[in-house]
Write a protein that binds this ligand. Structure first.
Ligand SMILES: N[C@@H](CCC(=O)N[C@@H](CS)C(=O)NCC(=O)O)C(=O)O
Length: 236
């Protein structure tokens, strides 16, 4: 069976996993999940009881959720292309460290801002949450800017799957009046380079339901009901 990545719209953090699949170039399909309506449905909870995207239905019918786990799974299939590195190597540790930072500090910094936007709050509570979120996003940007330095990609000379994950999160500044990325020139340079990448353009087109040109791996979209029939067992 061809693996299926369930990606969330609008603008889910699953974006990076779509880019990762494109860079990997191996056959895959996509399952579009509207948030919050479908992601919280009983049907999708059979894929991921946590009711979040992304989730990956693997070739043998098992489900992997959590971006970190999905990118490790894909990365292990892309070490020959240096999209990730074999466990036990120094490069793997650096890759894993960056993935950890992106998945906690960088991703998490946006959480208060998303909460403030998506929930009805008293004005004072909204303001406090927004200020807290802004401080967190600015701090995470400054930290990542320092880590990137003058390297072309997050880990150095080659793009890896952590760059794919970065671009899907970094674009969230579009939704929140929080930082001007040009104040972080290294991040801005990396962001612009990634935005011009065909895989990133493909992922945007998929999310926006425009005509999308794949590097070759994409074998089409699958409806959730159809995908459920391929489940080997309910997700743990
Ligand atoms: N720890 C998870 C977080 C995934 C997550 O928060 N996904 C969001 C989209 S970015 C989601 O599915 N939210 C459900 C909703 O908005 O109802 C991961 O890193 O994959």
């Amino acid at each position: 069976m061809t693996p299926i990545l369930f990606y969330g719209v609008p603008s889910g953090c699953s974006f990076g996993s779509i880019v990762a699949l494109e860079w990997l170039g191996q056959p895959y399909r996509l399952g579009r999940i509207e948030m919050p309506s479908v992601v919280t449905s009983d049907a999708y909870r059979r894929i991921n009881p946590v009711a979040e995207t992304p989730s990956l239905l693997t070739a043998d019918g098992a489900v992997i959720s959590e971006t970190v786990a999905i990118l490790h799974h894909l990365g292990a299939r892309g070490t020959d292309r240096r999209l990730a590195f074999p466990q036990g190597t120094h490069d793997f540790d650096r890759w894993n460290q960056m993935l950890g930072f992106l998945n906690t500090s960088f991703f998490g910094s946006f959480a208060p801002l998303w909460y403030a936007v998506e929930h009805e709050l008293e004005p004072q509570a909204k303001q406090a949450l927004t200020e807290y979120g802004r401080a967190k996003v600015r701090k995470a940007h400054a930290q990542l800017e320092a880590m990137l330095g003058d390297r072309p990609w997050l880990l150095g000379e080659h793009r890896t799957l952590v760059d794919a994950y970065f671009v899907g999160i970094a674009r969230w500044t579009r939704y929140h009046d929080v930082v001007d990325r040009r104040d972080y020139p290294a991040l801005q340079r990396l962001f612009e380079k990634l935005e011009a990448d065909p895989a990133v353009q493909f992922a945007h087109a998929i999310e926006e339901q425009r005509s999308a040109v794949s590097a070759g791996g994409f074998e089409g979209e699958v409806r959730l009901e159809e995908a459920l029939a391929s489940l080997r067992r309910p997700a743990a």
